[in-house]
Design a protein around this ligand. Sequence first.
Ligand SMILES: [Zn+2]
Length: 111
Amino acid sequence: MIRKDEVQAELRELPRLFMFEPGWQIARKTDSIREYCYAMAPGADHYHRLLDGEVYLVKADEKLCLPCAGRRGLLAYDPKPLREPIAGLDLAIEAELEGFDVLVRRTEEVE
Ligand SMILES: [Zn+2]
């Protein structure tokens, strides 16, 4: 039997977060100066405050709390793949299967 506090602890477990959007930075509010998230929560009719100690995203003057940044698609729950798949690879495999010799040329410089 699962206890209620175990369920709540599981619900509070945070996922790993990733942000790949250029120009955005992670910040932490460290004062009590009144500042607001630049997005409204769903169903809300007002902008909500960022609170002391809250982690948020910032780009120039725009500030977003993490839930609003997540809704806007600025956060990801998975890392980028180590290497983007090569678009022409499928064609090379098909050509090889059909009996052609495939010559692969690298077009990008390796550092
Ligand atoms: Zn927000």
